[in-house]
Design a protein around this ligand. Sequence first.
Ligand SMILES: Cc1cc2nc3c(=O)[nH]c(=O)nc-3n(C[C@H](O)[C@H](O)[C@H](O)COP(=O)(O)O)c2cc1C
Length: 550
Amino acid sequence: MELWEVAANYHQQTKHHFHRHARSLGYMDWATQPDPFRRFAPAPLLILPLAADEQTPSYDAIYEPNEAPVQAVTVQTLGSFFQLSLAISAWKEYEGSRWALRVNPSSGNLHPTEGYLVAPAIRGLHHEPGVYHYAPHEHGLELRTAFSQEIWDEVVAGFPPGTFFVGLSSIHWREAWKYGERAYRYCQHDIGHALAAIRVAAAVHGWSATWLATLSDEALAALLGLDRLQDFEPEEREEPEVLAAIIPSAAANSENASIPHEIIRKIAAGSWNGKAQKLSENHVNWDAIADVAKACLKPTTTLPESEAENTSTRSSMVRIERTCTARQIILQRRSAVALDGVTSLTRDQFYWMLTRVFPTRRRVPWDMPCSQVCAHLAVFVHRVDGLKPGLYFLVRDPGQEAALHAALDSSFGWEKPPGCPAGLPFCLLQAGDCRQLASQVSCGQAIAADGAFSLGMIVRFEESLKEHGAWFYRRLFWETGMIGQILYLEAEAAGVRSTGIGCFFDDPVHDVLGLRGMQYQSLYHFTVGGPTEDTRLTTLPPYDVNRPVR
Ligand SMILES: Cc1cc2nc3c(=O)[nH]c(=O)nc-3n(C[C@H](O)[C@H](O)[C@H](O)COP(=O)(O)O)c2cc1C
């Protein structure tokens, strides 16, 4: 069996069906609940400062090239960068239990994603370059290893001045504890959310970002110390996911740059601080996850050919005036636990959101190179003023329109809806009240019906895996998570709220669209609407002023 087939089989095996859910324990074993906060004691912990609101641009400015002023990389701006991407955003309390919410969302609030910094010597951080683990509970950086300036010069040789790096990894066990075999999918969604959160936080500081698309997982694991097996419990290892280069200038062209393996080996050979603290007393092993993770390891790859730019919607975007700051929107982002079944969006608000997730090479976060477009949106419109309720479709890459027309049910009308911006390939497939259907295919969750709209993210599946290899299975989920992250922020900016939906019945969604086989698959659902608040919960600030170290 080829590796891409292992990924495809895992996907098939972890589908939810009306009559059978993907394999999991079926209950929560509270005694083994993994700690959502990892520490590498006794690695030195450096507490980061928190962001000051007056320094952040308006929310809409971060999407416009050159509008947010470029800030210097200092311990202050690094603190603000991590706070606006991976930090705690609030504590919630109910009947004596207390749990943290974060800037980046996570399926089941389990947070399998860990963050790393690879940075030069920075005043107030450390006098040498180093690899750090980000500790969200403390909003601090743990120094895993330090290395010489000569090595740093070699690390950044191919990158613009001032570049630093942020790495992401996944602890599959954190997610598998609750979701069993399907958890690998959710870990990948969460990486996509975190990647978009990082790109957005960089944009707040006027920085650009790219990800090192050619780097192998083996190299990334060595750079971040994840292959130091002696530092981790076997069941709680971190899988390397992605390394982003953050570049403190408005436009950066470093698409081809990477970090040579021999330089990474020098860093890996240094002395490392601390060991990963144990997260659970006991574990359940899911072979399906171990197998798919092994098959989907990323080798060193060459860059795929650049995509043509979709510039068409830039000029025709509806314009909405808003005054909220980027910091406000990023920190107030929450998932709605219920939607009110009443609130509607205006047509302009709706089209604005769609335009933000329609990629162009200059639009954050789609400006990260190699953001090849694979995901499209099947949208259930319930309550958008001036639009008929019904099933609509956004083709996120006009080049794929013909293939999608051929793949989707031949009875669909593909009718341009009123007011749709020119160049936005968005069409009504079939009018009708889809509320019950939307909820039914999203595992019966009412939030899919009670919003202004909900959607399924439909990706070009089998051909993508055959073309790029098994690792691209992860990358497909990352794209859907990135779409989700932008929709989360857009919902907040529009005065409504949203929720990612990882629980859906896979094949029934395909049946609704007339999709056959594995050519296209739905990977993630999402809903946007007016929230109903749970007033029983108390909200507490994310950090104490004096932030005691654990
Ligand atoms: C990939 C993903 C899948 C999710 N799936 C669901 C879901 O099926 N149903 C639901 O009510 N919430 C879902 N959520 C929302 C999470 O439960 C929520 O993000 C988490 O509790 C943290 O809360 P916050 O988003 O307010 O920070 C999902 C979130 C993500 C990122």
